[in-house]
Design a protein around this ligand. Structure first.
Ligand code: NDP
Length: 328
């Protein structure tokens, strides 16, 4: 059987569990395509799959959810599925098995990469950008004139979400872990930077909003910021906790929400793009913004795919900025 090189884990744990090894590469079956990957996106969820915080279906498992590349071969198209030809430029954002040079995957999880969007931008954008899409266009519909709070505004999701909220006419308050990250966030949609290692972000957010608080907090940091984020909310505000960069948020006593009439959402990307038409809408809007230059992808660092463990260490120790690309 043909093989390909990939990063695989055989057990759960730290970055040292990741092995660069040969894995089987089957022929594409009905409704499947074989993709030669040109760029792979790094995401925090990859670290959760590795550590076991989020389950993988079985072990050994090839990590990775997001990549872009070229179709090399296609199996017979499914009756109601999309068709791709060898040579087509494609990308995806939520299919486990991405840390590989080549892979076989369902065609209905792929979208075409439009002209003017390169492989790195597509690979960096699909998971993080469709997440930004559902956060500000579905879970909460950001409108012009609102002031919103985005945590880790210099991160992968943060740099895209900040620009998206800005494009919708909002004023963006963003937190960042260093002055350098603050400058990056400012260049990607954030109007007011809070350096949350040095300043009390609750106090500063109150100050910026004239004491009113914000209607929505986008919090992918999790444990370390959840309590403060709740305090930043205005009456009837919405707390969106969507990640665990600093650890998972402990269980919440719902009675705490009643005093200000707060709602809490804990969404994830998959249900927002389960149906093909939703995937096309989300990726179409995202790639359209990128193509038009309204959303710029910041590739802060690149690692050879074979050194993905180093990339995980950097991401988990807050050393990355913007998006990270793994090069097959
Ligand atoms: P980022 O590039 O944003 O990296 C995480 C950032 O979080 C760090 O750079 C750091 O920025 C900040 N951070 C604060 N405290 C910590 C800590 N203790 N350890 C590590 N990082 C910390 O990652 P992604 O863009 O890949 O993801 C951002 C978040 O969004 C993650 O929590 C991820 O799980 C979540 N996510 C959720 C999805 C969903 O659908 N629910 C989909 C995609 C992502 P700084 O130094 O500036 O504080």
């Amino acid at each position: 059987m043909t093989t390909t090189m990939a990063i695989r884990i055989h057990g759960l744990g730290g970055p040292e569990m990741m092995r660069w090894e040969q894995v089987p590469l089957p022929e594409p079956g009905p409704g499947e395509v074989l993709v030669r990957q040109e760029a792979v996106g790094l995401n925090f969820i990859d670290t959760y799959h590795r550590s076991g915080l989020y389950p993988v279906p079985s072990l050994p498992a090839v990590l990775g959810m997001e990549a872009a590349g070229v179709v090399e071969a296609a199996g017979p198209a499914a009756a109601d599925g999309p068709t791709f030809q060898p040579g087509d430029r494609v990308a995806y954002g939520s299919v486990l098995g991405g840390y590989a040079e080549r892979r076989v995957m369902p065609a209905d999880q792929l979208v075409a990469v439009p002209e003017g969007v390169d492989y790195e931008a597509a690979a960096a954008a699909m998971l993080k950008g469709m997440t930004a899409w559902y956060l500000c266009r579905r879970t909460y519909r950001v409108s012009a004139g609102e002031t919103v709070l985005v945590h880790a505004a210099a991160g992968g999701v943060g740099t895209i979400l900040g620009q998206w909220c800005k494009a919708l006419g909002a004023t963006v308050i963003g937190t960042a872990g260093s002055p350098e990250k603050g400058r990056l966030a400012r260049a990607h949609g954030t109007d007011h930077i809070i350096l949350y290692k040095e300043e009390d972000f609750v106090e500063r957010a109150r100050e910026i909003t004239g004491g009113r608080g914000v209607p929505v907090v986008f919090d992918g940091v999790g444990k370390a910021t959840f309590e403060g984020s709740m305090e930043c909310l205005a009456r009837f505000g919405m707390m969106i906790t969507f990640g665990n960069a600093s650890g998972p948020v402990p269980p919440l006593n719902l009675l705490r929400l009643s005093a200000k009439g707060i709602s809490v959402a804990r969404p994830s990307l998959k249900p927002y793009i389960d149906r093909r038409e939703d995937l096309e809408e989300a990726s179409g809007e995202l790639l359209g913004h990128i193509q038009a230059g309204r959303i710029r992808l910041n590739i802060g660092q690149r690692f050879p795919l074979s050194e993905a463990a180093e990339a995980h260490r950097a991401l988990e120790s807050r050393q990355t900025q913007g998006c990270t690309i793994l090069q097959p």
